[in-house]
Design a protein around this ligand. Sequence first.
Ligand SMILES: [Zn+2]
Length: 80
Amino acid sequence: MNWDDPDIGEGLDPEGPSAEDLDRFGDEFKTCPACKKRIYDQVEICPHCGQAQTDQPHGAGLWIIAAAILVILGLLSWIV
Ligand SMILES: [Zn+2]
């Protein structure tokens, strides 16, 4: 097939993004760990099986805050 044929119409790019390309480049999907179906990365609950998506990067931050509070409390008790 000759893609350079002008008869296929200007502005129509045969190499343009297809649905597969959007899937490949779009990083907004993930796989539900419970039902293995593809879901949006932003959802908190899987729309297929209701599994809560808990892989959020907040856990480490909470530990740092807790450690900081303990240190501050320790300093306060030591000063007073
Ligand atoms: Zn699911």
